[in-house]
Ligand binder design. Structure first.
Ligand code: SF4
Ligand code: SF4
Length: 484
């Protein structure tokens, strides 16, 4: 049996997972309308390839990846494009973003799918296929997977880690996927192992998911190691899981790839399998719908499905008061449920006052250090809080603000009920804004200097041309024969 390691800190919030694992994954009815955002991944938005009035097939690319860090977007079903414009998207700000609105025709007419024999194809062609299939991290990070499958020249990935920990309360989409589609995940892991030339594959699953562990062990056989890891939040953080499984501590500011380890979510592995084996782009994902609903469960939802449509399937109960996308620790309050499911939507929790009572008013920090004891990133949350609150962002960065994974453990244990993570998010966004402003000012200065340089050059060239003309005129004058 493999010896496991541990990370510092962590908490044990109530799990609330049993409610949504009583039924198999369900297929909701086809919605009347799909609203498909063009920005569903880290990086640049996809560029729309369709216009209002076009008809599209299921799986057709409707948004092309733009630049290196981007992902393609596809029609989740066949139908007619109603519009390309700004619509409400799931974001805490409530801002709108560019979306393609599709009216399904109910025919589910597919494009001509092109499966790939991955064993006879070089990794770079496979990466292009994954990019064009819109495969991104489905654990919530939505980073384009083809980039993570390219470790870079001279770098070697020895260990491929699959993350099936799913440590956050309420969320069970990965658990159900592992129970029901373990073979797809294992086949996807085999493709990724082939692409990375990884020596070993380890799949970490929290020990509160015995059915998933047994299904995955059966599918993996002897080819990959399925490891039951202790249930503790945030054991599913990539750095934390890598630490528990391999003992490798990824230092601040470094990536696990620099140390020969790459980590993917189990649902991402399944989508890699479908993209390569069947040529299917990412059109849907499993979403847990839970909280104040009659039938909590997991739904295979087409990207673009209104969240309200999924909540209706689960049967909202009286006293529902808003919803969270993600889990209660790292998720965010949705401004409205009239927003679409995107590739990052792993869970929708319908709130009620009973489940999520109003938080007590924050009190002053009593320097109890409980936050530091709970921090899995070994930070000093109370110091970060003081610096962020005082607007001393330089000092916050000195105290490794950007190593904070926003897990919320510090907020969870704080006896003074200080919303610590909100302060860190604020400080990070201020630093990013300042950096953007500085970049813009530097760019403006460079442009200004170049303009001055151009004006000077044009002046100089003009003077040279005039001098040349006058010299030519003088030569002509002197060469004229004298009049008698
Ligand atoms: S847990 Fe809260 S009260 Fe205690 S030191 Fe941290 S911020 Fe202060
Ligand atoms: S939110 Fe950040 S500071 Fe707080 S416990 Fe998590 S990693 Fe540490």
């Amino acid at each position: 049996m493999r010896a496991l390691h541990h990370f510092n800190g962590g908490v044990h919030p109530p799990e609330h997972k049993g409610e949504s694992t009583l039924r198999p994954i369900q297929q909701p009815p086809l919605p009347d309308k799909l609203v498909i955002p063009l920005h569903q991944h880290i990086g640049n938005s996809a560029k729309p390839l369709v216009d209002a009035g076009d008809t599209v097939l299921k799986g057709q690319m409707i948004g092309k990846a733009e630049g290196y860090v981007s992902g393609a977007i596809h029609a989740p079903t066949s139908g007619k494009i109603l519009s390309v414009g700004h619509e409400a998207v799931p974001h805490p700000s409530g801002l709108k973003d560019l979306c393609i609105v599709l009216e399904p025709d109910g025919l589910e007419s597919w494009i001509d799918l092109q499966p790939i024999d991955h064993l006879n194809m070089d990794p770079s062609t496979l990466r292009n296929r994954l990019r064009d299939a819109g495969v991104v991290g489905l654990g919530g990070a939505v980073f384009p997977s083809f980039i993570k499958l390219n470790p870079g020249t001279g770098k070697r990935i020895r260990t491929l880690v699959l993350n099936g920990a799913e440590c956050e309360p309420y969320i069970t989409c990965d658990d159900m996927l592992m129970r029901e589609r373990a073979r797809e995940i294992i086949e996807g892991a085999a493709i990724m192992r082939h692409m990375l030339h990884a020596e070993e594959v380890m799949i970490g699953i929290e020990d509160n998911k015995p059915q998933a562990i047994s299904a995955m062990r059966e599918a993996a056989g002897q080819s990959m190691e399925v490891v039951a890891v202790p249930t503790i939040y945030p054991g599913g953080g990539a750095k934390q899981l890598i630490r528990v499984l391999t003992g490798i501590e990824v230092p601040a500011g470094e990536r696990s790839t620099d140390l020969g380890v790459q980590c993917f979510n189990v649902a991402t592995a399944a989508s890699v399998y479908r993209a390569i084996r069947y040529g299917e782009p990412v059109l849907s994902r499993i979403v847990t719908v839970t909280g104040n609903v009659k039938n909590p469960g997991n739904f295979e939802a087409l990207v673009g499905t209104q969240m309200a449509h999924l909540i209706d399937q689960a049967g909202p109960l009286e006293g529902s008061a808003g919803a969270i996308m993600g889990g209660p620790m790292m998720g965010f309050d949705l401004p409205s449920t009239a927003v679409p499911v995107v590739k990052a939507t792993n869970c929708i929790i319908v709130k009620s006052d009973a489940l999520f009572p109003e938080k007590p008013q924050p009190m002053p920090c009593i320097r109890c250090a409980r936050c530091a004891e709970s921090c899995p990133a070994d930070l000093q949350p109370q110091e970060l809080y003081w610096f962020a609150k005082a607007g001393n962002f330089g000092k916050a960065q000195e105290y490794a603000l950007f190593d904070c994974i926003e897990c919320g453990c510090c907020t969870y244990v704080c006896p003074s009920h200080i919303p610590l993570v909100q302060f860190y998010r604020y400080a990070k966004s201020e630093i990013w804004a300042q950096e953007r402003e500085k970049k813009a000012a530097d760019l403006a200065r460079i442009r200004h200097d170049l303009r001055l340089e151009r004006i000077e050059r044009e002046k100089r060239e003009k003077a040279e041309r005039l001098a040349q003309k006058s010299a030519q005129a003088k030569t002509v004058e002197h060469s004229q024969p004298e009049q008698k």
